[in-house]
Structure formats: structure tokens, C-alpha cells
Write a protein that binds this ligand. Structure first.
Ligand code: MV4
Length: 458
């Protein structure tokens, strides 16, 4: 097993990884930017090294400095967390060539799943249902037109190098096709250095369901059931839950089975997530695979009782899977609200400044993953996630009730947060009845400008 792990990340996920390392008796090295010198991660890690100024590009994305810190400290592995370098195949390759274990899949598998066309092809060939669409890049208007004839409108143009909603274009009819194709290609070229785009039939009113998997890279893969991540704004997830609500059991089982087949097809190692869209008729389609531990992994930990970060480290250390599928059962229901320092009543404008923390929630079935403390300075150098609040209950109603209490106990001043929005959602009849889709926030008026905190009260 590893003796020492370097953590190339910050905030709550850095703390989460430190906690897992401590359980395993592994020493930790944290790299941090000048903005994070006074962070809880720096306090709790065994060693910490400053790797650059606040801007991510000069610190958390600074590969030479991170590798230097690993060499100097004698770390034998690097945990990238999520975001930053977590799905950077070049970084994984540098680690491999330096004899430092990248805690994640091989650079080859990261590249393969990073190419969304290649990922579709592999999954299709393995027998996983994929969204009807192309398996080759679409170049010219003429071929785009023949694709449109085959699949019909609306359709969606996506960047092969994109993912997570970046570089997509919805096309409602033939008139929009040429322009959308041109714009999509040039945006893809600019954003991903890869102008390849592909086309899919647009699935309307879908739910976003994803499956947590863990593989050992030797053909063994288990799943930890599904999460519903439909409640999002501009591809930023806000609320996630497990199990998914409103999907028949037999459909869920098929999705889980497909996810395992897909992960086995690429001989997956580490924790990963296969994302699916589920349409209004309960048809499901593979969308893309994330080759990292995800922000929302705690909801899965709450319903299964398993420690995913610990397992991720164990399999990276060449141990075979620490558990059998039969040992993984879903019990009760968990919900996560991502508490962001943003104003939900003013276009989710990021809120910065000194955070005053008066109280954190607690009680049965409440988990908080955060690295905040009283008087911490929240800057705009990084994303606006300041805490993840997770509730667990024997059923969905109990999880909602506990979440409502916990949100009410979360007392922060000095900054705007998304807490009041979540309090409203926990009282929304459609949310409570489980009637959610990727259009939920818009359809329920939660994104309307000029709405206020009071409107939904009483
Ligand atoms: C789609 C889609 C409908 N049809 N593809 C957004 C994130 C990226 N992973 C792909 N996304 C979508 N792809 C087809 N063929 C709808 C979305 C989508 C979405 C997906 C999941 C969660 C939220 C979403 C919000 C808007 C659009």
C-alpha cells in the first residue's frame, strides 16, 4: 500500500481525501495556492507545500510544481480529487512516467472517455444503449442534413472534446442547422482545441441518472446504485439524490446492469460514473462517463454505507476489489444540496467576502462536507461551492424533512448563499412528489428574475 499520498486539490474534497488516508494509515501531502494558505486542508495534512499564486492555472493546474512537490516529499501517489487535473490524461501520463501512481484510471482510459465520440462507440459496441446519433464527427452541412433526416428534430450538436454540457448546441429545425454546426465547430476548436462535433437526437424532458461504479482494472466491476442529478442550472448540479425517484425498479436494474457492462468493456480501474438520460417513457441512454470521484459521491456513501474514497485508494494500491456486489445494498434515501456562495435571487451572482459562520446543522442523518470556518475569506478564484449538506432518512420524505431542518439551522452571514432557494425547493409540491427532470428549476419558476425569497413562503 502507499506510504504517502499527495492531494492535488483544495476545499472540502482535499479534507475528504485526508480523512480517507488517515483511516488507512497513509501520510498526506497537500499542495496549496497562496489563497489557501490558511485552509483546513493545510492544517490537517501531514505536510503542505505552496505551489503558486491563487489563479488555478498557476497552482492547482501547475503540473511541474505539483510533480516537484511529489518528488520533494516522496509521495508515491497523487489523488486529484474532482475538477482541476482529475480528468487530464496528460497529467495522468506524467505521473505514470514519473513512477507516481495517479489515483484514477490509466491515461489511456481517461483519453478514451474524454473523447465523447469514442466513448459512445465503445459503449454501443459493448451493448449499452446510447443516444441515437452519429459515431463519426460531422463535418459538412450536407452530412448534417442527412443525419437530421435519419433522427429528426430537435437534435443536439456536441463537441467530441466537450462534456458536462460545454460546447453543446440545440437545433430545433432545418433552418438552424447550418449556423449551429458552424458555431459549434468553431467553439469546440476554441474551447477544446478539437473542432470535432457529433450529433444526437435531442431527448426532451429527461432525467439525469448516473451510476457509481468501482473497478480494479482486472475486469472486476461493482456498482453502488444510482443517483438522480436532474436538478441543475446551466450544467451545474444543485441537488442530487439516491435512490432515483419515479423510475420503475426493472428500468433501474437495467441501467445498473448496463453501467457495469460499460465499465467492464473498458476494463475500468478506480471510481467512475456513467451518466444516462432517462426519457419520459423510461427509455434510457448512455451519455458520457466521468473518470473521477464526483462532488455528489456522499449521497451514495449515505445510502450504501461504503467509503468510496477509501476504496479508490485501495484499488489504486493494486488491491483487488475490497467488496462483492452482494455486500452493496441501498438503504433509505439521501439528498445533497450544494451550498454555493451565490445569490439565487440575482442570477446566481457569485458572492465573495468574509464568511461569518454562526452555526452548522446537525442531528440524525445529517452530514456536512465542507472546509469553511468562521471568518474564512471567500474569493472568486475558485468555484463557489462552500459546503455540501447531505441528509439521510429511512425514506425520501424523511430525508426531505431532515434536509429542511438542517438548511434552517445553517446560519451564515456576510455572504449570499443558495440555502434560501433550497428551503423553497424542499417545500415545492412537485419536488416533494418526485416529479423532477432536467427542466425542473425553470419549469417551477425558480430561475425567474425578480422573484424573491418571500414568494414561496407561507
Ligand atoms: C443531451 C440532452 C438531451 N438530448 N443530449 C448536458 C450535459 C451533458 N452531459 C449533456 N447534456 C445534455 N445532453 C441529448 N441527446 C440534454 C442535456 C442536458 C442535460 C443533461 C443532464 C443534466 C442536465 C441537462 C441540462 C440541459 C441539457
Amino acid at each position: 500500500m502507499f506510504r504517502k499520498i499527495l492531494i492535488a486539490n483544495r476545499g472540502e474534497i482535499a479534507l475528504r481525501i485526508i480523512r480517507a488516508c488517515k483511516l488507512l494509515g497513509i501520510k498526506t501531502v497537500l499542495v496549496f495556492s497562496e489563497a489557501d494558505r490558511y485552509s483546513l486542508g493545510v492544517k490537517h495534512a501531514d505536510e503542505a507545500y505552496c505551489i503558486g499564486p491563487p489563479q488555478s492555472s498557476k497552482s492547482y493546474l501547475n503540473i511541474p510544481n505539483i510533480i516537484a512537490a511529489a518528488e520533494i516529499s516522496g509521495a508515491d501517489a497523487i489523488h486529484p480529487g474532482y475538477g482541476f487535473l482529475a480528468e487530464n490524461a496528460d497529467f495522468a501520463e506524467v505521473c505514470e512516467s514519473c513512477g507516481i501512481k495517479f489515483i484514477g484510471p490509466s491515461s489511456r482510459v481517461i483519453s478514451l472517455m474524454g473523447d465523447k465520440i469514442a466513448a459512445r462507440k465503445v459503449m454501443y459496441e459493448a451493448g449499452v444503449p446510447v443516444i441515437p446519433g452519429t459515431f463519426e464527427p460531422v463535418e459538412a452541412e450536407k452530412s448534417a442534413l442527412s443525419v437530421a433526416k435519419e433522427f429528426g428534430f430537435p437534435l443536439i450538436i456536441k463537441a467530441a472534446g466537450g462534456g458536462g454540457g460545454r460546447g453543446m448546441r440545440l437545433v430545433r429545425d432545418e433552418n438552424e442547422l447550418k449556423g449551429a454546426l458552424m458555431v459549434a465547430k468553431s467553439e469546440a476548436e476554441a474551447a477544446f482545441n478539437n473542432g470535432s462535433v457529433y450529433m444526437e437526437k435531442y431527448i426532451e424532458g429527461a432525467r439525469h441518472i448516473e451510476v457509481q461504479v468501482l473497478g480494479d482494472g482486472r475486469g472486476n466491476v461493482v456498482h453502488f446504485f444510482e443517483r438522480d442529478c436532474s436538478i441543475q442550472r446551466r450544467h451545474q448540479k444543485l441537488i442530487e439524490e439516491s435512490p432515483a425517484t419515479g423510475i420503475p425498479q426493472r428500468v433501474k436494474e437495467k441501467i445498473l446492469e448496463s453501467a457495469v457492462i460499460g465499465a467492464k468493456a473498458i476494463n475500468y480501474e478506480s471510481a467512475g460514473t456513467l451518466e444516462f438520460l432517462v426519457d419520459e417513457n423510461d427509455n434510457f441512454y448512455f451519455m458520457e462517463m466521468n473518470t473521477r470521484i464526483q462532488v455528489e459521491h456522499p449521497v451514495t456513501e449515505m445510502v450504501t454505507g461504503h467509503d468510496l474514497v477509501k476504496y479508490q485508494i485501495l484499488v489504486a494500491g493494486e488491491e483487488s476489489l475490497p467488496i462483492k456486489q452482494e455486500d452493496i445494498v441501498q438503504r433509505g434515501h439521501a439528498i445533497e444540496c450544494r451550498i454555493n456562495a451565490e445569490d439565487p435571487y440575482n442570477s446566481f451572482l457569485p458572492s465573495t467576502g468574509t464568511l461569518k459562520l454562526f452555526s452548522l446543522p446537525g442531528g440524525p442523518g445529517i452530514r456536512i462536507d465542507t472546509a469553511i470556518y468562521n471568518e474564512i475569506e471567500i474569493t472568486s478564484y475558485y468555484d463557489s461551492l462552500i459546503a455540501k449538506l447531505i441528509s439521510w432518512g429511512l425514506n425520501r420524505d424523511d430525508a426531505i424533512a431532515r434536509m429542511r431542518n438542517a438548511l434552517g439551522e445553517f446560519l451564515i452571514e456576510g455572504l449570499k448563499t443558495t440555502i434560501p432557494l433550497y428551503l423553497q425547493i424542499m417545500d415545492d409540491p412537485e419536488y416533494i412528489s418526485g416529479n423532477i427532470s432536467i427542466n425542473f428549476l425553470e419549469e417551477r419558476g425558480f430561475l425567474n428574475e425578480g422573484r424573491s425569497e418571500r414568494r414561496y413562503l407561507s
